[in-house]
Design a protein around this ligand. Sequence first.
Ligand code: ZN
Length: 208
Amino acid sequence: MAAAAGPEIERLIALLAKLPGLGPRSARRAALQLLKKREQLLIPLAAAMDETARKVVSCSVCAAPDTRDPCSICSDPHRDNGLICVVEEAGALWAMERSGAFRGKYHVMGGLLSALDGVGPEDLRVAELVGRARAGNQGSGDGGAVREVVLALPATVDGQTTAHYLAERLAGTGVEVTSLARGVPVGGDLDWLDDGTIVQALRARRPA
Ligand code: ZN
């Protein structure tokens, strides 16, 4: 059977199928929905994608996507310059921002070290991070000095390998390197936790 939908629609489906979480089947359903909701969905989505493609750039300081460079977080004078939170991708940055609990700056690594996938330090923004940590810490402590780098990387093998490596690379810069605590999630029932989480939570226990 030839492509039933015509080349334009087939191309749309093929592109949608490359999105995370969408296989060919769900891409086909998504495309159908877009075509059915032409005015409410297809046209505004196309416009939003076009605008994003034209206007959004990667921040030259932290690599977060934004319409301005430096991004709105890097150029916010009310945020703490002395604190840098290191994340794998912008998704983690957005999650931190949603929490409203972090008032420092960020550094998006752009991935994790992985021997299996052949990702080395030169593929990530390691040198840029070390450079930021060094800035202001080598000479007299001028205003912009970084005091602490918080590693907020995934609790996976690659995440922890990357965290270890970064801690080593940052060791000579004079900044304190910390990482997010691991443990029982808010609202989490011990019954449902995996062993690794329970072990980490027990290790990270503190006075009640
Ligand atoms: Zn930035």
